[in-house]
Design a protein around this ligand. Structure first.
Ligand SMILES: [Zn+2]
Length: 192
């Protein structure tokens, strides 16, 4: 599956729209991205995660882990394809934590995954906890990479689709200057 095919899946399900959008942060953007609109279809989740898992098939991976909520489905599906364990971390009072009795062995080779990486902040927190618990990072993967190499992982991210998305302070938005109508996807908008 090439980037174009992946892009078509996202566009077809309305998970990727181009236009002029007001983000929950107040910034304006030229892309609307809501990965859950693709991942709501188990068949598509499975297909995409199979493609992602293939990219790590030659590596020795013992466990896959992702941050809740977006990372849970991706972690589960990629782990299923690789026949390994799937874990997730979640925020408790704002702090990323490994809960629910999940454990990480010393030296365990762990693949970090996300649905969409933009700043990479959550995944970085997951990485730090994995390392603190003695785990080894075996790779970093996501379905859609919007970081443009600017996340803490640099160019070390394996993705199915790289997207260039611009965001601006409302007052500096070139789309506003052009007089382009804006939409506010509101609570349907994901945090990415
Ligand atoms: Zn604007």
């Amino acid at each position: 599956m090439n980037q174009e095919e992946v892009r078509r899946i996202f566009e077809k399900k309305g998970a990727l729209l181009r236009g002029h959008f007001r983000l929950s942060s107040g910034r304006h953007s030229d892309i609307y991205m809501q990965c859950a609109l693709v991942l709501q279809y188990p068949e598509l989740s499975s297909k995409l995660c199979e493609e992602l898992a293939k990219k790590f098939s030659g590596k020795s991976i013992e466990t896959v882990i992702g941050p809740a909520i977006g990372g849970i489905i991706v972690s589960y599906e990629v782990a299923r394809q690789l026949s390994v364990r799937s874990l997730f971390m979640e925020r408790k009072e704002g702090i990323m934590t490994l809960r629910r009795g999940f454990h990480i062995e010393k030296g365990e080779k762990i693949l970090l995954v996300e649905d969409v990486i933009t700043t990479g902040k959550s995944l970085k927190e997951v990485e730090e906890i994995v390392k603190k618990r003695g785990g080894e990072i075996a790779g970093i993967g996501c379905l859609v990479d919007r970081s443009e190499g600017k996340s803490p992982f640099g160019r070390g991210i394996t993705s199915l689709l790289s997207l260039k998305a611009s965001t601006w302070e409302a007052s500096l938005c070139p789309l506003c200057k052009k007089g382009m109508p804006i939409s506010t996807p509101g609570t349907r908008f994901c945090s990415h």
